[in-house]
Design a protein around this ligand. Structure first.
Ligand code: PLP
Length: 371
């Protein structure tokens, strides 16, 4: 591979080679042949009816508890608009998805960042904050293969969070776009499926299992919450893209989605392994939690390492990653997120080798790879 090739370890997106292009073409053809009226009209803000029915059946809810949106980012925005106003307290994980932090900040929310552990948010720390008087309106939780940290919330913590939500009367926003992408370990039930009190609003997406360009995601919640969000959606955009959603409906109903998920998981496992090997070889003093699925691996370098400077030096070598500080309100200066989803194993090895060179340059020393 030429040293000039750009390698992005920055974007949480699948590479083109693992997108089911032929199945998407066939799904589009069928969608347009079978239901041109539905695909090419405005539709309603609830989403394309067959897709909404498929999501409802998958999640074990009624169709009027679902809204299918233009990507789950749109679903997140609608929910935040519905539930969060200036000065409202919102719990987030530390670190968390940078776009969520930005959206909450833009709404004027007060953010209570609770540290993330290997098995998910530190519920003990959350409990102590609640006991000390914190009264959140919402807790944003990314339970599966978290973005950016790659870790997964344990079953005990899922149950405890539901108890705390009931006791202190806050909504859990379960933001779960990576749930289908487990390539080892045991599946965990969603908090949505464990919830008996209507404390959970659940979001997921087809971006990570089909392709992000299709821009289809969804929200599941109580009829009241979803009904109110559907009204907001109508006044925002009349309806989401029926063309995109009718294609996804065909893709799901035909079973192409299962094949696609298998393809993506197989590639992700190889890419995760290549990432771990390259880190062990080129950044031997780094620590990380090995993700059991999903797109991301979070790397902690020894305290005092200047990751912002390494980012600049790596970019000069054509390697991009996201620095830890982007995912935190404070701290993270010696951490970074590697997205291994969009690159083949050889590029990962090369990318992390160059990242290590950048680090050595910043540290003013040249460190060779471990044999
Ligand atoms: C935790 C989380 N939520 C939401 C999204 C947005 O996904 P979508 O493409 O469905 O808008 C992402 C994308 O990276 C994500 O990581």
């Amino acid at each position: 591979m030429s040293a000039a090739t750009n390698i992005s370890l920055a974007r949480g997106a699948p590479s083109l080679d693992i997108i089911a292009v032929e199945d998407l073409k066939a799904s589009a053809q069928r969608a347009f042949d079978r239901d041109p009226g539905g695909a090419f009209s405005y539709g309603t803000s609830a989403g394309y009816p067959r897709l909404v029915a498929w999501i409802a059946a998958k999640q074990g809810v009624e169709p009027d508890q679902v809204i299918a949106t233009n990507g789950s980012m749109q679903a997140d925005a609608f929910l935040f608009q519905q539930l969060v106003g200036p000065g409202d307290l919102v719990v987030v994980e530390a670190p968390s998805y940078d776009r969520t932090l930005l959206a909450l900040r833009n709404l004027g929310a007060d953010i209570l960042a609770i540290p993330l552990q290997e098995d998910g948010i530190d519920v003990g720390a959350l409990e102590r904050a609640l006991e000390s008087g914190a009264r959140p309106r919402l807790a944003h939780i990314i339970p599966s293969f978290q973005n950016p940290a790659g870790c997964t919330l344990s079953l005990d913590k899922r149950r405890r969070l539901l108890e705390l939500a009931a006791e202190y009367d806050f909504t859990i926003f379960e933001d779960d776009p990576y749930v289908e992408l487990r390539f080892e370990g045991e599946d965990q039930p969603t908090m949505l499926s464990l919830d008996e009190r209507g404390s959970v609003v659940y979001a997921s997406s087809f971006s990570k299992t089909v392709c992000p360009g299709i821009r289809v995601g969804y929200l599941v919640g109580s009829k009241e919450t979803i009904g109110a969000i559907r009204k907001t959606a109508t006044s925002t955009y009349i309806s989401p893209s029926m063309v995109a959603q009718s294609i996804v409906a065909e893709f799901c109903e035909s079973g192409a989605i299962d094949t696609s998920i298998e393809t993506v998981k197989t590639a992700l496992r190889e890419r995760r392994d290549a990432t771990a090997r390259a880190i062990d070889r080129h950044l031997p003093d780094a620590t990380y939690v090995t993700p059991e699925g999903g797109y991301f691996l979070w790397v902690d370098l020894p305290e005092g390492t200047d990751v912002a400077a390494i980012e600049t030096a790596a970019a000069e070598r054509g390697v991009l990653f996201v620095k830890g500080t982007d995912f935190l309100l404070e701290g993270g200066e010696s951490s970074l997120r590697i997205a291994y989803s969009g690159v083949i194993p050889e590029q990962i090895e090369e990318g992390i080798a160059r990242l290590a060179e950048a680090r050595a340059e910043v540290a003013g020393s040249v460190v060779g790879p471990r044999a």
